[in-house]
Write a protein that binds this ligand. Sequence first.
Ligand SMILES: [Zn+2]
Length: 330
Amino acid sequence: MTWKQIDPKQILLEKIKTNGGWVNAHTHIDRSYIINHKNYAQTEDPLHLKWDHPDEFKARVTVDEIVGHMSQVIDNQLAQGVQALGSFIDCDSIVKDKNLKAAAIVRDRYKGQLELKFIHQPIKGLMDAEERRWFEEAASFVDIIGGLPEHDSKIKIGVDKKAEHLDILFETAKRHNKPLHVHIDQLNDPNQRDTELLIQKTREYDYKSKVSAIHCISIAAQEKSYRERIYKELVEQDITVIACPSAWIDGRRSETPAPTHNSITPIDEMIPAGVRVALGTDDISDIYKPFSDGDMWTELRFLLEATHTYDIDRLVEIATVNGRRALFLD
Ligand SMILES: [Zn+2]
């Protein structure tokens, strides 16, 4: 008997190639490959401390050196056949405009090789006047306005200013006529209901079809009727959700009761509900994720295994066309 085997991975990779190659819809190329012997110990720290750990690097690094770090990532991505990449870059009182200058050089250097979209990361929050000035400075440069409401919450600043953070993002995006990417519901915590807040603000600012949400993991920790309502509203507001599997598969143990699920964007429910899902690597070899190597297949594998998603055509969409939509390329 000859058993005609198939290799699902090869079928998937061929289809991704036919669709123009991978789209990495979310990463942070300005702080990739910054692990050294000294800062490795900081990789064990909680998230709200890690937000400030790259400061030593950011203060000392030159524009040319940042160009080197960014190019190292892009060369890695090109070698895998990545057609488009969306990267957050910090612009704040520590790094000042060095990342903006480096990004302009990199944009030129790789013209014609892949599509690049730069997005601003307000890693120091938006409540401090000086940080707000740097946010404004970046807003004119970047392609997409970026946000991190979790910074301006109890875990970092002791009070909840997430709604205010979102208001600033939407006002700025509107003023510059640019779309929006927001890190949201990262913590896999049922006490976090920030995708709901993002949807509410999208409606309030009339920003349908101009918002992508990164992570949306805490939705998975809510009860079913709530999850279903959020999926419906994500579809209504045409918000793309970007899953970055390896970045949060390490969600910390918690004693808070919640429905059992893996710590990942719940695409097993989102896709049947009609939500558009894209894929990103998030952090590459940095203080947050020292072992992450930016490999797109690894990310897709984590996603499909953790959510039991075997539909090849859906996986191809996640890896390609949906990423283009997430980055507002088409
Ligand atoms: Zn991120």
